[in-house]
Design a protein around this ligand. Structure first.
Ligand code: NAI
Length: 290
């Protein structure tokens, strides 16, 4: 059994849905958990101490160890408050699960700057800020596990979600670079792109998905990725309804010439679009250009 005894985990947005489920699972397996949640509505407006308090209370009632925190992940002060709460209560931070999220869906032409910025702030800035506040602690300890929450909507695009898709693909870049930079300090970072029945999706998914797409079926992967034994870093996985799959950014074999013109590109479009054999790194991409 993968246990988390003596590990301290921060789970952002853990008052509802996926974050709640991640917090309960890690706590059940021995982790000390900071249950963070601002407690606002799905669009990020409002705030309430209730959701974080309820989840922390449930964990403590079940014999686990948790504290509630209402810091706003989107502000540097809020992010520092979350990390300070972990250190004050439990002495360290080993695991950061960046899960807090909001929605402000609108078709592209109707999206306002405020709707774009609000979504970027919680997902991208929030994941950056909480990880940044925890980074010196994890670096000094030579140990850290970070999970960022991307989305199939970001990886593949989705109608009405230009802000959300941009943010969720942005988290893939953050995850990959944190994975590279954290490697020498024992810090591993991965991203999940989940599908689960929560307040965020209950009006979008068919009713029969509720029993199949449970948050618990996503949390199993989060537990694996945040465990001591997990060696992968910089990876992205779709997860839902009991299925887990690696998602990778790949570059096809391409087409190359010494005399590149717009017409030559048009004539060789099929080769340019080919997928196999592919390369998986910026280094291999550069080699293929030389
Ligand atoms: P949810 O709405 O149940 O949970 C999100 C939580 O984040 C809420 O409890 C909310 O209060 C909290 N939150 C929002 N802004 C915050 C802030 N600034 N600071 C602290 N907490 C804040 O939704 P769900 O579905 O559990 O979403 C969790 C994550 O998973 C989100 O990042 C979401 O974008 C992502 N996701 C969910 C999918 C799904 O199928 N449910 C699909 C793909 C991604």
């Amino acid at each position: 059994m993968l246990r988390f005894d003596d590990r301290v985990a921060i789970v952002t947005g853990a008052g509802h849905g996926l974050g709640r489920s991640h917090a309960l699972l890690l706590a059940e397996r021995g982790a000390k958990v900071v249950v963070n949640d601002l407690g606002g509505a799905l669009d990020g407006t409002g705030a309430s101490a209730g959701p974080a308090a309820e989840v922390a209370e449930l964990i403590n009632k079940n014999g686990g160890q948790a504290i509630a925190n209402t810091g706003n992940v989107a502000t540097p002060e809020g992010a520092r408050d979350i990390v300070n709460a972990a250190v004050d209560a439990f002495g360290k931070v080993d695991i950061v699960i960046n899960n807090a999220g909001i929605l402000r869906d609108k078709s592209f032409g109707k999206m306002t700057v405020e709707e774009f910025d609000a979504v970027m702030a919680v997902h991208v800035r929030g994941s950056f800020l909480v990880s940044l506040a925890a980074y010196p602690i994890m670096k000094a300890a030579g140990y850290g596990r970070v999970v960022n929450t991307s989305s199939p909507a970001g990886l593949f695009g989705n109608f009405g979600q230009a802000n959300y898709s941009t943010a969720k693909m942005g988290l893939v870049g953050l995850t990959k670079t944190l994975g590279i930079e954290g490697a020498r300090s024992g810090i591993r970072a991965n991203a999940i792109a989940p599908v689960a029945w929560t307040r965020m999706t209950e009006s979008l998914l068919p009713a029969e998905f509720e029993a199949k797409f449970t948050p618990e079926r996503v949390s199993a992967l989060v537990a694996y990725l945040t465990h001591d034994s997990c060696e992968v870093s910089g990876e992205v996985f779709t997860v839902g309804a009991g299925r887990v799959a690696r998602v990778f950014v790949a570059e096809g074999p391409g087409w190359k010439t010494d005399d590149i013109t717009p017409e030559a590109i048009a004539d060789n479009w099929e080769s340019i679009m080919a997928e196999q054999p592919y390369v998986l790194s910026a280094g291999d991409s550069m080699k293929a250009m030389l």
